[in-house]
Design a protein around this ligand. Structure first.
Ligand code: A2P
Length: 313
């Protein structure tokens, strides 16, 4: 299973997980990818009600459990509360569990610090934003934990400031914060803060999401990273993922391709050097998914992207 990170709940999370968020939802493709990933050794799977991949992931896991390839307690499954589900997290997780054919997930996250009305369309329009009440959403998340529907609860796309606010009233502190993180958006301040607060950071789009509408090739095409990869006889993706692991981050690379799923897991039996890390620490920083669509001057809780990220952009 490779390395694991210990969460503040005492539960263990494998540091590489398979991401399942993709631009086009392909049931059979996702199911097959999960099957391959299980064979390769992945024991951590990341989905979200928004991705539409819960059903395919659940079907692949159910088959693997039935075949006896793996036991439920050997896999770590994360899903997320979508922006139009804040009013009732227990109802939302119950629906997700049904899709996943599971009795519990290992981690349930607030996907974004944002609330949209049912029936919204993306990008959200003025009338789609609802007033945000993270305290009440978090109480709903705590209820999911208390009901045994999830082994841990956490956040996604939260800044240090938003976590700090939440920690003032949380009865159960978040176990993780899942954010965009890769060598071109290293998030040092957030990583330091989360380490101090015993919150595990997880990286979505750890490769910068090449070939997707929301991503970019800047990470995979970076000449410094490519040169380091060449020196080690590894792929650019492997260097990027190894870099993340060395920062103490869990990474969730998405691939539905057998060769790349395999490659992304072969990051445990070799290391980067101090010199490689030094070079990578100097890469120019720019967040890829900045969230321009999530701000407006009237109805969004955020007037600007600086407000959305509390200046951490
Ligand atoms: P594919 O599914 O065809 O492999 P991220 O995890 O940062 O969101 O990036 C996902 C994107 O990166 C997908 O387009 C995926 O395509 C591609 N990808 C995943 N692994 C690799 C890899 N090892 N090398 C190149 N591209 C990859």
């Amino acid at each position: 299973m490779g390395y694991v990170a210990e969460l503040n709940t005492g539960n263990k999370m494998p540091v590489i997980g398979l991401g399942t968020g993709a631009p086009a939802y392909q049931y059979e493709e996702i199911k097959a990818a999960v099957g391959v990933a299980l064979q390769v050794g992945y024991r951590h799977f990341d989905t979200a009600s928004y991705y539409g991949s819960e059903g395919a992931l659940g079907a692949a896991l159910t088959e693997a459990f039935q075949r006896g390839d793996v036991k439920r307690e050997e896999v770590f499954v994360t899903t997320k509360l979508w922006d139009d589900e804040h009013d009732d997290p227990p109802a939302a997780i119950t629906k997700s569990l049904k899709n996943l054919q599971l009795e519990y997930v290992d981690l349930y996250l607030i996907h974004w610090p944002l609330r949209l009305r049912k029936g919204y369309t993306l990008p959200p329009k003025e009338e789609d934003f609802l007033p945000l009440d993270i305290k009440s959403t978090w109480q709903g998340m705590e209820k999911c934990f208390e009901l045994g529907l999830t082994k841990a609860i956490g956040l996604s796309n939260f800044s240090c400031k938003k976590i700090e606010d939440l920690l003032n009233y949380a009865k159960i502190p978040p176990a993780t914060n899942q954010v965009e993180l890769h060598p071109m958006w290293q998030q040092k301040k957030l990583r330091d803060y989360c380490r101090k607060m015993k919150i595990q950071v997880c990286a979505w789009s750890p490769l910068g999401a090449p070939k997707t509408p929301w991503g970019s090739n800047v990470v995979m095409d970076n000449p410094v990273i490519k040169e380091i990869a060449q020196k080690h006889g590894k792929s650019t993706a492997q260097v990027v993922l190894r870099w993340g692991i060395d920062q103490g981050v869990c990474a969730l690379p998405k691939s539905f391709n057998k060769g790349r799923i395999t490659e992304n897991f072969q990051v445990f039996d070799w290391c980067l050097t101090a010199e490689d890390h030094e070079k990578m620490s100097k890469l120019e920083q720019r967040k890829i998914l900045r969230g321009e669509d999530l701000v407006n001057s009237t109805t969004s809780p955020y007037r600007t992207i600086e407000e959305l990220w509390d200046g951490e952009i």
